[in-house]
Design a protein around this ligand. Structure first.
Ligand code: NAD
Length: 480
């Protein structure tokens, strides 16, 4: 059994009430460990540890903070194989993806913010003619809460923790109860890197109890949350009357808009990836594909052919393109949407069925599924499915596709395939999204703002945006 523990004050602790949750291996549907179902009391202990570490950590020099964060990054790289294996087993994602994306990007998060903090500066304003100068301090908030989802477990967990620590805060963090393993292993790395005890505390448990206790804690002054839109709305309701700073990265239903003048082969290959990477469980996946009518039939044939070639298999098999979905309930949810598509007269062009992988018959495998829809307002085109399912439909004009792209409640990212510069600029201006990719997908520069509009969230992560979120500006005005 792989039992994991909370990481509080630099030590690994059992939950006070000794309550545990079962942890499933999605590749075979078996329980392979237990995780603490932490109570309010565990969260309180984590908070106390963070609070007592704050004075020292917030006064640690930038050089020293930077050194520790970069050391964590290096240790993650040294432990790449171990972390990738754990991530793949916990989540069901192909080991190749965990090795090339999840763990390297988690290491990059620490390296990036370890460097960024040495370049972060505040402003000063000289009030000319009034004999005064203003300077603005950027002070850490104190103890902050970081709550993350299951799809990119360590990657998104560290995307919050690294900037929070870099700016001198102490953290109470909770990974998803569905994928807790790499967050647990991170504690060991932090100790080895010399992160002082109590600076980062990791509590495990259910969202509705452990997560809720973090959000409700009166002295945890900021919450950085990534997860579903309904959970984000609930967290906002709890945190707003307590005047907490809030960063919410929520769901998406991203359009992938393909014009006839694009570089066809590049588009085709990237579209397979942007549809099905991580079993389609990436908030940035382009789940609504709109194709210019003149190339629609050709695209449909070529795309379906490529998708049929994707290999669904055990996550540890290096030839696997599509691993297991993260959990049984999630698999059932995605299957329900495929049924909804059928009921709405969608045409299943390929996929739609569960896959039995030999030797792992109880795993949560599903064929990559392409659905042709005729109405952009049908449910499968409006609601987030978050699985290996995309819809395709043709469009005639730029105006038509823009209207359809924007006619959802979400606004996280959009992808545009065209070689027409003026159209690129027109459409990028008008697309309702926090991120627009043109002729590429999921290309990341960590300095850029990351986040969504509408029901996809509030605030931005990334670069100095994250460092600003985790600090309080205080203006000092001096008259001379
Ligand atoms: P979720 O909302 O169910 O859970 C996310 C986290 O919140 C988990 O750690 C969970 O335990 C916790 N939680 C649940 N209820 C809580 C509560 N009442 N108080 C405090 N914490 C609570 O989401 P999920 O199913 O883990 O993740 C999938 C969702 O995340 C999708 O909607 C996806 O689009 C979204 N997502 C968004 C981004 C982004 O950057 N915008 C990135 C990845 C995933």
């Amino acid at each position: 059994m792989n039992n994991i523990k909370n990481y509080i004050n630099g030590k690994f602790e059992r939950p006070i009430k000794n309550e545990w949750i079962e942890n499933y291996d999605p590749s075979n549907g078996e329980v392979y460990g237990q995780i603490p179902n932490s109570s309010k009391e565990d969260v309180e202990n984590a908070y106390k540890a963070a609070k007592s570490a704050f004075n020292n950590w917030s006064n640690t020099t930038l050089d020293e903070r930077s050194r520790v964060l970069i050391k964590i990054s290096e240790l993650l790289e040294e432990n790449l194989d171990r972390f990738a294996k754990a991530e793949s087993m916990d989540n069901g994602k192909p080991i190749s993806l965990a090795k090339t994306v999840d763990i390297p990007r988690a290491a990059s998060n620490f390296r990036f913010f370890g460097n960024a903090i040495t370049q972060f500066s505040s402003e000063s304003h000289e009030s000319v003619g009034q004999n005064a100068v203003n300077y603005t301090l950027r002070q850490p908030i104190g103890v902050v809460g970081c709550i993350s989802p299951w799809n990119l477990p360590l990657y998104l967990f560290t995307w919050k923790i690294a900037p929070a620590l870099a700016t001198g805060n102490c953290v109470v963090a909770k990974p998803s109860e569905v994928t807790p393993m790499t967050a647990y292993l991170l504690g060991e790395i932090c100790n080895e890197a010399g992160l002082p005890k109590g600076v980062l505390n990791i509590v495990h448990g259910l969202g509705t109890s452990t997560g809720q206790a973090i959000v409700e804690h009166p002295d945890i002054k900021a919450i950085s949350f990534t997860g579903g839109t309904a959970t984000g709305a609930h967290i906002a309701k709890v945190a707003a009357p307590m005047f907490k700073k809030l960063s919410l990265e929520l769901g998406g239903k991203n359009p992938n808009i393909i014009f006839a003048d694009c570089e066809y082969e590049d588009m085709l290959e990237t579209t397979v990836r942007s549809s099905f990477a991580n079993q389609g469980q990436i908030c940035l996946c382009g789940s609504r594909i709109f194709v210019e009518a003149t190339i629609y039939e050709q695209f449909k044939t070529d795309f379906v052919k490529k998708v049929k070639n994707l290999k669904v298999g055990h996550p540890s098999d290096t030839k696997t393109n599509i691993g297991a979905l993260v959990s049984k309930p999630h698999l059932e949810k995605v299957k329900e949407y495929i049924q909804i598509a059928r009921d709405e007269n969608g045409i299943i062009l390929c996929g739609g069925k569960e896959v039995i992988v030999e030797g792992y018959e109880n795993g949560y495998y599903l064929e990559p599924t392409v659905i042709e829809v005729h109405d952009d307002e049908c449910r499968v085109n409006q609601e987030e499915i978050f699985g290996p399912v995309v819809t395709i439909m043709p469009f005639k004009t730029e105006d038509d596709v823009l209207k359809m792209a924007n006619k959802v409640k979400y606004g996280l990212s959009a992808t545009l395939w065209t070689n027409n510069l003026k159209r690129t600029m027109r459409m990028s201006n008008k697309l309702q999204a926090g991120i627009v990719w043109v002729n590429t997908w999921m290309m990341r520069d960590l300095r850029t703002p990351f986040g969504g509009v509408k029901a996809s969230g509030v605030g931005r992560e990334g670069g100095f945006e994250a460092l600003r979120f985790f600090t309080e500006p205080k203006n000092v005005c001096i008259k001379y």
